[in-house]
Design a protein around this ligand. Structure first.
Ligand SMILES: Cc1ncc(COP(=O)(O)O)c(C=O)c1O
Length: 380
């Protein structure tokens, strides 16, 4: 018997989501120690969690008990941090788990997820995992959203019938703000237009603290079709601990609790998150440093003359490689740059499909990290 035939066909056929590189594998490949690598491929915080988070973990004595399934202290700490009542908040093992829960909560066969690529790959991934349809509305060349197309597709779907099949019901619309991988923002006017559509809008604010816009988490109080997703993996520096949360309308939160694994995030993540959020000054300072370094790095790239950064409001920069390399041997330009940096122990992301052909995405590290990147780029 071919055991793979028993696997759900949508999972058997799907392409796996490719996360950032494994440091252990890369160190083995390059024959160096993991600590020699500069990991700038997953938008992690180069400064690590605030000391208060590490102290809280060291002081935790109750790791032999399950974590609080109601997440009471954690949700209160988050609520205080973002100025929202704790009952609107549900935490998970990273923003990824929260996105997965949202997909599981809303989607039935025949439904569709809508998103605006290029964007965070988890939204399309959720459509495959849930075996629902996926409607992608491509961004314009400057990565702005085609809101009119979203309006057209979502409001007209009921009247469209092709070959006797009813066009899938768009139910969940995902927007990353700032967007990953380019760092652009959605305007308030466009967001209001999306919220006027008959769908649940999931606003993914993983990088909002690095931007000039405020979080829209409090809009959940006045828009019952809005969910705002946050993570503690980026500014708060807890990517390894896996803590994220959604800010939900109460009528959504009460059903989500039924679906969620009871004990995520784990106890260590609980205490570290509460510790980190008790020190908002350190968090704000890290945010300022990353933004300042992002701006300095982008300015410094002009010296090279062949790596053009897109304007970013996040903790990474998408850059277009504008020159051909003599030794490329047919490799896409982005891959040439990614591999050349990798050979020097620097890990970044590259893309080779339109509209990101020839692009690389570089996470922002400390000034010393970015000096190392600039020096490596100058050798190309
Ligand atoms: C736009 C966006 N949303 C959500 C996430 C998920 O983050 P995590 O699962 O670490 O909380 C990421 C991670 O890179 C992201 O880029």
């Amino acid at each position: 018997m071919n055991i793979e035939n028993l696997i759900a066909p949508n999972i058997r056929e799907m392409h796996p989501y490719v996360p950032g590189t494994s440091v252990v594998e890369m160190a083995q490949k390059l024959g160096c120690a993991p600590s020699d690598l500069l990991k700038l491929d997953a938008n992690e915080n180069p400064y690590g969690p605030p000391p208060a988070a590490l102290q809280a973990l060291a002081a935790e004595k109750a790791l032999n008990y399950y974590p609080d399934p109601d997440q009471t202290a954690l949700r209160q700490a988050i609520g205080k941090h973002i100025g929202m009542p704790a009952e609107h908040i549900v935490c998970g093992a990273g923003g990824d788990e929260v996105l997965d829960l949202i997909a599981r909560l809303f989607l039935c066969p025949g439904d569709a997820i809508v998103d605006f690529p290029p964007t965070f790959g988890m939204y399309a991934n959720a459509a495959q995992v849930e075996n629902v349809n996926y409607i992608s509305i491509p961004r314009r060349a400057d990565f702005s959203l085609d809101v009119a197309a979203a309006e057209r597709i979502i409001t007209n779907y009921k009247s469209q019938i092709t070959h006797g099949d009813i066009v899938p019901n768009p139910k969940l619309l995902f927007v990353a703000n700032p967007n990953n991988p380019d760092g652009s923002l959605i305007s308030e006017a466009d967001l209001l237009r999306l919220l006027a559509l008959p769908v649940m809008v999931v606003l993914d604010e993983a990088y909002i603290q690095f931007s000039t816009q405020p979080s829209r988490a409090d809009w959940v109080l006045k828009h019952n079709n809005l969910i705002v997703v946050h993570t503690l993996s980026k500014l708060v520096g807890l990517a390894g601990m896996r803590v994220g949360y959604g800010v939900f309308p109460l009528d959504v939160a009460k059903h989500l609790w039924k679906l969620k694994q009871v004990f995520t995030p784990n106890s260590a993540a609980h205490v570290m998150a509460i510790g980190a959020l008790s020190d908002p000054d350190t968090l704000a300072e890290m945010g300022r440093k990353i933004v300042a370094e992002r701006n300095r790095f982008c300015e410094s790239l002009s010296e090279l003359g062949w790596l053009e950064p897109y304007h970013s409001e996040a903790s990474f920069v998408l850059c277009k490689v504008t020159k051909d390399f003599a030794a490329a041997n047919g490799r896409p330009r982005g891959l040439v740059v990614q591999q050349a940096l990798e050979a020097q122990g620097i890990l970044i992301r590259f893309f080779n499909r339109d509209p990101l052909r020839d692009c690389v995405r570089i996470s922002i590290g400390t000034p010393a990290h970015m000096d190392r990147v600039l020096a490596a780029l100058k050798t190309l």
